[in-house]
Design a protein around this ligand. Structure first.
Ligand SMILES: [Mg+2]
Length: 145
């Protein structure tokens, strides 16, 4: 699958640290035949890719639409359509399909979200769905409250 990771609070903390297990998870996804893309509502985050030495894992770096998803996805000319997104922002996950993750802030906090991310991606690749409550299929309508 084409797996799109958000940057801020998904793989990158407020303290600029990389979420624990990010590189190991990227490598496992590549080994399983997936492609990894990085996108952000703040634009193409090449500085993060460089600083954390992520280039060898990824197939593309794009700007992510934050609202009006269909329209802005076209306007931003994102050249690949995500099969699965990982984001701390529920609307993005509901629109494109994927997994919502608890925001990651600081290296000192215990965090094992990457293990869950790998499990759910693997499950969806095999069965087209997941029983994880934070998994949303593409085009999910979120409740208003
Ligand atoms: Mg984010």
């Amino acid at each position: 699958m084409k797996v799109f990771f958000d940057v801020d609070y998904t793989i990158l903390g407020l303290d600029n640290s990389l979420r624990p297990g990010t590189k190991e998870t990227f490598q496992k996804l590549l080994n399983d035949g997936h492609s990894i893309y990085i996108w952000s509502g703040m634009g193409e985050r090449w500085e993060v890719i460089e600083e954390h030495d992520l280039k060898k894992y990824i197939s593309g770096v794009y700007e992510k639409p934050k609202d009006n998803f269909d329209k802005k996805f076209k306007e931003l000319k994102v050249p690949e359509v995500p099969d699965f997104v990982i984001d701390d922002y529920p609307e993005v996950v509901a629109h494109f399909g994927g997994l919502w993750v608890q925001p990651f802030f600081f290296q000192r906090n215990k965090d094992d979200a990457m293990a869950t991310i790998y499990e759910v991606i693997t499950e969806v690749a095999a069965t087209k769905t997941s029983s994880n409550k934070h998994y949303k299929p593409k085009g999910t309508i979120l409740p208003l409250f």
